[in-house]
Design a protein around this ligand. Sequence first.
Ligand SMILES: Cc1cc2nc3c(=O)[nH]c(=O)nc-3n(C[C@H](O)[C@H](O)[C@H](O)COP(=O)(O)O)c2cc1C
Length: 366
Amino acid sequence: MPESSATGTTQRRKGEHVDIVLNEKVRADHNYWDDITLIHNSLPEVDFDEISLETNFLGVKISAPIIISGMTGGFQKAQDINRTLAEAAAEFQIPMGVGSQRAAIEDPEMRTTYSVVSDYDVPLIIANIGAPQLIKQRGKRAYGIEDAVAAMKMIDAGLIAVHLNYLQEVVQPEGDRAAEGVTEAIARIASSLPVMAKETGGGISRRVALSLKSAGVKAIDVGGLGGTSWSAVEYHRARRKHSPLGESLGRTFWNWGIPTPVSVIESQVGLPLVATGGIRNGLDAAKAICLGAACAGVAGAVIGAASKGRSALNDKLNEIIEGLRATMFLTGVSRVSELSGIKCIITGMTREWLSATTAAELHREA
Ligand SMILES: Cc1cc2nc3c(=O)[nH]c(=O)nc-3n(C[C@H](O)[C@H](O)[C@H](O)COP(=O)(O)O)c2cc1C
């Protein structure tokens, strides 16, 4: 995630984030994908072996609608994790992102911890910078188009994710909290580079999706509530540092955000959507596509395996992909595009969210 102080601190913090995600409870209390049920088809009328997961994302052919979400870079161990992720992304022919490249923009010695991914034949590599860094924060310069170009070149990226993480910034006592002009700053980058706006756990509302579309982004990763909670991560960091304010803010906002399935439904504004946030397996990925996502993004579900090495990560990705294939079989579809047409049942808190947002919409229109 983005960092807000000197280079050494940035690198240390990035290491802490991975350590906390691997060793502490950082998930939101409810996984909203559990509120979605796909309907079993006893007469599938498709042969399992004929099922194809191949699809297209932003004009790039990929072997499955799964994206390894941007996670890391900027400290030495991150180079091994990024290498492992890139090897697997190349083998499975799926897109992957790197974590915030701020550390390498500030300290060229850190570049290889990201650029290692360009040694592999990954179909789409996604660069990553933070929206808060695009505007002037106290005592820091604002990143411009040249920084975004450098981030993409560093890793041979075909797309740049501009991450939206004001939730994390606000629960971090030292966070970057200036936000006025952020939409315009994204539009400036999007006017000359292919940008994907990417939330990181807070989710995207319909109003924000429309603003991002007007800003010219090519895709939206809705990054909703239900999986890794960055408030939770910051809570643990604050605890380790004996910072009562950070601890309290992290605990208070642990479950803040728009649930990922709600966000996927609300953000349909004619742009490809990536559903990241709480995807644990191929069944969750199928649910996301059924609701309208082009791809499902995974971070928390694969970081543990990635830190163990190639074989563990391959097993994990295989499990996700085969789970998706099994879901397609059990719902009687043989192509990813057909998944978006199938019926599903929406229950629980997700259903309540949707009826509340629809009611609010009708109220506004009245
Ligand atoms: C260890 C770790 C580091 C992350 N760092 C970044 C980052 O630098 N930039 C970013 O856009 N998202 C970052 N994320 C957020 C993920 O891309 C994703 O949006 C989020 O974790 C929700 O997905 P999940 O529930 O599958 O974990 C990070 C996630 C993890 C687990």
